[in-house]
Each structure stands twice: as C-alpha cells, then as structure tokens.
Write a protein that binds this ligand. Structure first.
Ligand SMILES: Nc1ncnc2c1ncn2[C@@H]1O[C@H](COP(=O)(O)OP(=O)(O)OP(=O)(O)O)[C@@H](O)[C@H]1O
Length: 358
C-alpha cells in the first residue's frame, strides 16, 4: 500500500471515533513544528537536528539537493516514518492528527493503473468522512477532459496531476506536496501553480518540496534550504536572494574566450562591475547595474569584439541554492565558485562590492 493509501486507510479508523467531524482547533502555535528532528537509516543520517515551523496559511517551500532529507522530513511530519525530536502538526504528534485535515502527495505514488482518473479520485475520496466532488477536483488539476481515461494510459504529467487530485480530494487544511510538478509540461505546471495559489488564498497551509527553484520562488512565502539533513537558511525568497543571491550579472556569449585585454577593458569601462571573468565561450561581468549595460557594449565594440548575445540577469532563488549548496557555476571550471578574474576599479565598483558577493 502506498503512503497516501496507508495514511488514508489509517484516517478511516481514527476518524470513526470522531464521528461528529469536529476539527481540532489550530491554537496559537504554528501548524507544523519540528524541533531537533533526527532520523537515520543505519549509518546514513537523513535528518540531523532539523528545526522548522510553518505558520497557518503559509506556502512553505523546502528545497535542497538530492539526498538532503526533504522526503524524509515530509514523511516524519506526516507520520509515515518515525523520527526523533519534537514534531507537532496542529499541536499534536503527526500520527495523532485527524487525517481529514491533511493531504499528502508523496514523491513516489503508484495508484492502481486500471482505474480511471475519476474512479481513483472517487476511491481516495471514499476514504474520508467528507470529500469534495470528484468532477470539481479533476477540473482543478486540469484533468476534466481525461477524467474517463485509465490511469495507465495517461501521460506522466497527467498521471501526476491525477495524483495531486487524490491529495486534495479531502479539502485538507494542510497539504504536503513532495515534488508535485515533476514530469508535468509547462502548461500543466502553470495549472498546478494556480491551484496552489488558490488553495493558499483559501487558507490552506501548503508544504511544498521541489527542485524547480522558479516554482518555489513564485509560490512560497518562506523557504527552507536543507543540506546534509540540516536547515542552512530559512526566510522569504526575496530576503534569501538579497542576503545570499549575489549581484546582477551580464553574460556575454563569444565564439571563444575573451583575451585578457578585453577583460581588462570591460572591467575598466563598466562603472558598477565588481568582477569580470572570462570563460571558454564568453565573459561574465558581476555587479552590473542596468544603466551600465551600454558601457559594456561600448567597451566590447571598442575592442572589436563581435559577441553573439548578451544576457543580463538579477539573482534568483536558484543562485541562493547554488551558492549555499556549494554548486555555483563558474565559467572557468564549469563547477564551483571562483573569485579570481579582473576586478572593477575600486573607486567605481566599491558600492557594488559593499553590498555584493560574499
Ligand atoms: N528508506 C530508506 N532507507 C535507507 N536510506 C534512506 C531511505 N530513505 C532515504 N534514505 C537516505 O536518506 C537520505 C535522505 O533521503 P531523502 O529521500 O529524504 O532525500 P531528498 O532530499 O528527498 O532527496 P531527493 O531530492 O533525491 O528526493 C539519503 O541519503 C537517502 O539515501
């Protein structure tokens, strides 16, 4: 039996004793609390003292590299695996929570394949005391047109959307989504994003794990970055970006690496440049403010450099992720951050350096 079915099946037993359907009051404390959460699998430490708190109505994003412990944390918080530490959901241990209040989309979820999307949602809805209308749930996830197709005949993205439907059929107060958009095409992703936004607007607390940084940046009120089983940063995306994202940068694509003279000319010409780095196929200028892009173009023209394209970008959550996980791209080695390169003039670049790269 998969995790959702197991959680749902246990839900039936537990909610029978709460036949009046009363929901436990949330109280003043956060919806989800984990303090000093630890979990090991043999010698493998999956969670190494995680502290986490999710406020009511928040979309809380959990990011981190493969193996960081995200799924283990979701499983610990949903009572589908035991863990040490103080874990509370709606003020009680995860296994004691009224399952009617919780929705869980596990990372791996394989429902029976010879059921239609409608039959699947009906089935999971039947495990709860109260369930939403199946048709409206399938509409919410963009599956209305394929409602009568067998699960096994659906595309990967349609299957994932059907799985999302099974996780929201009980209209949960708290929804755990473990990589909900994996394998879903851009239009499908957008419909899931809109769904999450609608749920959050309606007061649902959403605990979202994802490798799609754009998705987390767009949806999450706060984000926690997990690395090696511990939280290394937590906060609203814009604050994390301001603190850890680095500076705006300009990428110049060339046929070949830029000669040192060009690197130096650009560094001298771009007022806000903090660092100019050459790579096998171009140039990266860090700390470029938008008004200085023209200076970079003029310097390249003056040096007779025929560039293929220019791309200016501001830091994103992806930059935070790459920096804090030590996976930041460097044009020189294709891997980790380097700090060499030609620095901008100290007098001109000082402002950028002050607020800039760490
Ligand atoms: N059932 C298990 N038995 C043994 N080791 C496990 C088990 N589940 C997870 N692990 C290990 O615990 C660590 C954390 O795994 P987890 O699946 O929580 O990471 P994750 O952040 O969700 O990774 P991913 O992004 O790849 O889904 C990994 O080293 C993993 O190999």
């Amino acid at each position: 039996m998969n995790e959702t079915a197991a959680a749902s099946a246990s839900a039936v037993g537990e909610t029978d004793s709460e036949a009046d359907g009363d929901r436990t009051p949330t109280g003043p404390e956060p919806v989800v609390v984990g303090e000093g959460v630890r979990k090991s699998y043999g010698d493998v430490v999956a969670l190494d003292g995680v502290d986490i708190a999710v406020e009511p109505g928040e979309v809380f994003g959990l990011i981190g590299p493969n193996g960081a412990g995200k799924t283990t944390l979701v499983r610990a918080l949903t009572g589908t695996t035991a863990a040490e530490g103080d874990l509370r959901v709606f003020g009680v241990p995860p296994r004691d929570v009224d399952p009617q209040r919780i929705g869980l989309l596990p990372q791996s979820f394989g429902p029976p394949e010879r059921l239609t999307a409608t039959e699947l949602v009906d089935y999971y809805g039947g495990l709860y005391d109260e369930a939403r209308d199946t048709e409206s749930v399938l509409r919410d996830v963009g599956m209305a047109d394929d409602a009568d197709a067998w699960y096994e005949t659906l595309s990967g993205g349609q299957q994932r959307r059907t799985c999302v439907a099974t996780a929201i059929v009980n209209d949960p107060d708290l929804l755990f989504l473990d990589e909900p958009t994996t394998g879903i095409d851009p239009a499908g992703r957008r419909s899931i994003h809109r769904l999450i936004e609608r749920l959050a607007d309606g007061g649902t607390t959403v605990f979202l794990t994802s490798h799609a940084m754009d998705e987390v940046e767009r949806l999450a009120d706060r984000v926690a970055l997990l690395r090696d089983g511990g939280v290394v940063a937590v906060g609203p995306p814009d604050e994390l970006i301001a603190e850890h994202g680095g500076e705006p940068r300009l990428e110049v694509s060339l046929d070949e690496s830029a000669p040192d003279a060009v690197v130096e000319a650009v560094a001298a010409a771009v007022s806000s440049a903090r660092l100019v780095e050459s790579s096998a196929d171009g140039l990266r200028i860090r700390g470029v403010r938008p008004e200085a892009i023209g200076d970079a173009v003029d310097a390249l023209d003056a040096a007779g450099v025929d560039f293929e394209s220019l791309a200016w970008s501001v830091p994103s959550l992806e930059d935070v992720y790459l920096r804090l996980t030590g996976e930041e791209y460097s044009p020189r080695d294709g891997g980790r951050e380097e700090t060499d390169g030609v620095e901008g003039p100290p007098n001109k670049g000082a402002e950028a350096a002050d607020g800039g790269d760490r």
